[in-house]
Design a binder for this molecule. Structure first.
Ligand SMILES: *Cc1c(COP(=O)(O)O)cnc(C)c1O
Length: 218
């Protein structure tokens, strides 16, 4: 699908488009940049570090992939948003490093909604602990702006819809009690194969790679 069509579809639905540029060339990223796009998502820290210095500095980089705590330090100085915070350990490390930089980091909590157990994401107990600690002021250098989730990779549209509905209901419930609730507005759900369904179910941010760039090399 071409960029203009997808971009106007997202705009018409008030949804932010994150162009997922993992495995794509610098030229491919630059081509979208030249059409005015600024928000790009990467899932590997090394690839992000390799790319970002060779691309315009006003790109807003979103980290969407599973993160190891020892990689946090590298990305915090410039990252715009981390979608994939999936443990208390990661929250503690982000807080620790963000404080040193005197930065406030925008994050989403990744919640496990897929039935497949291969997918990352928080389970209820750890999720609740993170929210409780956040509400208690334990993460002064972190802003939790919302949630991210990935549906199962299946054909069954009903299953995908049910998983998105589950994430939306966790989102609504959390919003009613979280500190700084006016900031808690982002629901990152939907990829190339399921973004329309995700938008129907209340997504405010979609992460789209292959549909925009064509199939990935790796
Ligand atoms: C790769 C990736 C996407 C984009 O996937 P496509 O199917 O190519 O649109 C979205 N979110 C995450 C977390 C990813 O790793």
């Amino acid at each position: 699908m071409n960029f203009e069509t997808l971009s106007s579809y997202c705009q018409a639905n008030n949804v932010v488009l994150v162009a997922v540029s993992k495995t794509q060339s610098l030229a491919a990223v630059k081509a979208l940049y030249d059409k005015g796009h600024r928000i790009f998502g990467e899932n590997k820290v090394q690839e992000l570090m390799d790319k970002k210095d060779l691309l315009p500095s006003d790109i807003q980089w979103h980290v969407i992939g599973h993160l190891q705590t020892n990689k946090i330090k590298q990305i915090l100085p410039f990252v715009t948003m981390i979608h994939s915070v999936d443990s208390m350990k990661l929250m503690n490390e982000i807080q620790h490093e963000a404080q040193k930089l005197n930065r406030n980091i925008s994050i989403l909590l990744q919640v496990r909604i897929a039935q497949e157990d291969t997918k990352f994401g928080l389970e209820t107990e750890e999720y609740n602990s993170i929210i409780a600690n956040y509400n208690d002021g334990l993460f002064p250098n972190i802003s939790i702006l919302g949630l991210m989730g990935m549906a199962s990779f299946v054909e069954d549209q009903n299953q995908i819809r049910a998983e998105f509905q589950k994430l939306k209901s966790i989102f609504d419930e959390t919003k009613s009690s979280i500190k700084d609730q006016h900031k808690f507005n982002t629901l990152s759900m939907g990829m190339s194969g399921d973004y329309k369904l995700a938008i129907d179910e209340g997504s405010t941010m979609v992460r789209i790679g292959s549909l925009l760039f064509g199939d990935r090399i790796a």
